[in-house]
Design a binder for this molecule. Structure first.
Ligand code: G4P
Length: 526
């Protein structure tokens, strides 16, 4: 296949949702359609289903929350989809936000009984900042749900986003009969008995097709006609331009667990979701169709396979055709790396990437030289932007419960910091480390990972620290500041100086005393 066609057919997207809306279920069904996994009906237990998807982290299984983002590639109807999984729990939003920097569009899953929830909204805002096209999937129509008009109105009001239904539900809950596919003018009947089978659409010549009367009860058909008329009056027509600008969302209705509406969603994504978009670098905009390979690291994950203590840098290929063995320049260090063992993520399997194209995600095993935000090119100096960095909100001390393992703890923390799992500070005085995270649950996950992956039992303890701020300025002045504030100074994993403020009075005083120094709540990754 020609180079440009390969890029044209790529759809790289993520699913955003509030926990429990059905993201995991939808992911599974998408993979099922993509032939990436085969499930024997719905007989598998939930735990088993989750593991079938990704069991890279023990915590994920124990707690039933998806902690680590993963990538799944599959083909459907001539398109290659890269689905980037994002952790649903809000304590892991950092990872989610970074993952969103590596996709071209998103599917927003809503629970039909709940509508827009807190986390949906938060994630949506991130997508909006990037003008990202959003496709909406309203899930769980097989249960008692809210009125579809009310749901559409809520999306429009709360997110200030125009909505256009791509399908329309016929009944709900026990009376859910199916959907009318407004794009292809077909009726798709809901077959309650066949959870994992595909529901085939029945082609119609519009809503006046006499066939419909034989397929739907009178009351349902009348209501459908009435509803669709109202939809046409109330909702703007779908235009690709508005969707691509992120101001209008097509809405699909369905029931992921019953595999209903999923195929239509996937076909819709194949047809309208954007192909790889240009990458923004400080120097210039990078077109995906350029010959030369470029990309950026948006995530580091250590020890995905406990048998091999590997660290994988997830790289979004921004442009060009990647080939096994290609030599890429690591812009931050200026070093040339020959990439022989990059991996592609085909559902639960990983395989060595012979080639990859703009839009794809490759995993490059490395020993810590690749960091989040790093750019790779065939030589040109490019710094890709837009990989967010977050201010640590909660600071805790961590110490090894086994004093003999203090050094191992240091190594573990350093690696976790590079991976982006937490901010890690080594105070000048004392032997404890200070760890900063965005959500409190991250401490549990870190403790678990340090124990299982590095064999160091650790304990986190609360501190009275208010905030950690990076200090930037002239070297001489920084030294002077550090000398005066030794008890509050630390360095991060890259060796940059950080001020650990006990309270706002101290912070204000430090700023007043050294007006030419900059105090930064986050450290930009690029
Ligand atoms: P998440 O990843 O967004 O957190 O959601 P997940 O897919 O795990 O789905 C959450 C619950 O909703 C699951 O129930 C799942 O089976 C159910 N669910 C998903 N899609 C549908 C649907 O279309 N209809 C109905 N009725 N239920 C759906 P669960 O396994 O019982 O887990 P839980 O409720 O005990 O968490």
């Amino acid at each position: 296949m020609a180079f440009a066609d390969e890029i044209d057919k790529r759809r790289t997207f993520a699913i955003i949702s509030h926990p429990d809306a059905g993201k995991t279920t939808l992911t599974e069904k998408l993979l099922l359609f993509g032939g990436a996994i085969q499930l024997a009906g719905e007989v598998k237990a939930k735990g088993e289903r989750r593991r079938a998807r990704s069991d890279w982290m023990k915590v994920e299984q124990e707690r039933g929350i998806s902690v680590a983002s993963s990538v799944m590639t599959f083909d459907f109807e001539g398109k290659t989809f890269n689905l980037l999984d994002t952790p649903g729990h809000e304590d892991f939003s950092e990872d989610t936000y970074r993952t969103l920097s590596a996709v071209d569009s998103a599917v927003m899953v809503l629970d039909a009984a709940k509508g827009i929830e807190k986390q949906t909204r938060k994630l949506f805002e991130v997508c909006r900042l990037r003008d990202m096209p959003i496709t909406t999937f309203i899930n769980k129509l097989d249960r008692e749900a809210r009125d579809p008009f009310e749901l559409l109105d809520e999306v429009e009001q709360k997110l200030a986003l125009d909505v256009t239904p791509a399908s329309w539900p016929i009944g709900m809950g026990r009376d859910f009969l199916g959907c009318y596919d407004l794009i292809h003018n077909q009726l798709i009947l809901f077959d309650r008995g066949k959870g994992a089978s595909l529901s085939q659409g029945i082609k119609c010549k519009g809503l006046d097709d006499p066939k419909l009367a034989t397929l739907l009860p009178d009351y349902a058909l009348a209501k459908l006609r009435e509803d669709v008329e109202m939809v046409q009056e109330l909702c703007p027509p779908f235009t690709l331009e508005d969707y691509l600008e992120g101001t209008l969302t097509p809405v699909f209705f369905g029931s992921a667990i019953n595999n209903f509406g999923v195929q239509e969603l996937l076909t819709g994504l194949g047809n309208v979701a954007p192909k790889p978009r240009p990458g923004k670098a400080i120097e210039r905009s990078v077109d995906p169709f350029e010959d030369k390979v470029s990309g950026f690291v948006f995530k580091i994950q250590a020890n995905m396979d406990p048998k091999h203590r590997d660290r994988i840098a997830f790289v979004r290929v921004v442009s060009g055709r990647f080939r096994k063995g290609i030599k890429l320049k690591h812009i931050r260090s200026g070093k040339i790396m020959a990439i022989h063992n990059a991996q592609l993520f085909l559902a639960q399997d990983r395989e060595i990437a012979e080639e990859a194209f703009a839009g794809d995600i490759i995993g490059i095993p490395n020993h810590g030289n690749l960091r989040i935000g790093d750019s790779l090119t065939e030589g040109e100096t490019l710094h890709f932007t837009g990989i967010p960095s977050f201010a640590p909100e909660i600071l805790q001390k961590v110490r090894s419960e086994d004093p003999m393992k203090a050094k191992h703890l240091g190594k573990a923390l350093e690696q976790l910091a590079e991976e982006g799992a937490a901010r890690v500070f080594k105070p000048y005085l004392g032997s404890d480390w200070v760890v900063g995270v965005v959500g409190a649950l991250q401490f549990d996950v870190l403790a678990d990972r340090i124990r299982t992956e590095y064999q160091v039992p650790v304990k986190f303890e609360s501190t009275t620290l208010l905030t950690a701020e990076w200090v930037e300025g002239e070297a001489r002045e920084i030294k002077q500041f550090m000398d005066q504030n030794r008890a509050s100074m630390a360095i991060d994993h890259t060796g940059s100086p950080v001020y650990l403020a006990r309270n706002s009075w101290h912070l204000d005083k430090a700023k007043d005393d050294f007006p030419s120094l900059k105090f930064l709540r986050t450290k930009e990754e690029v």
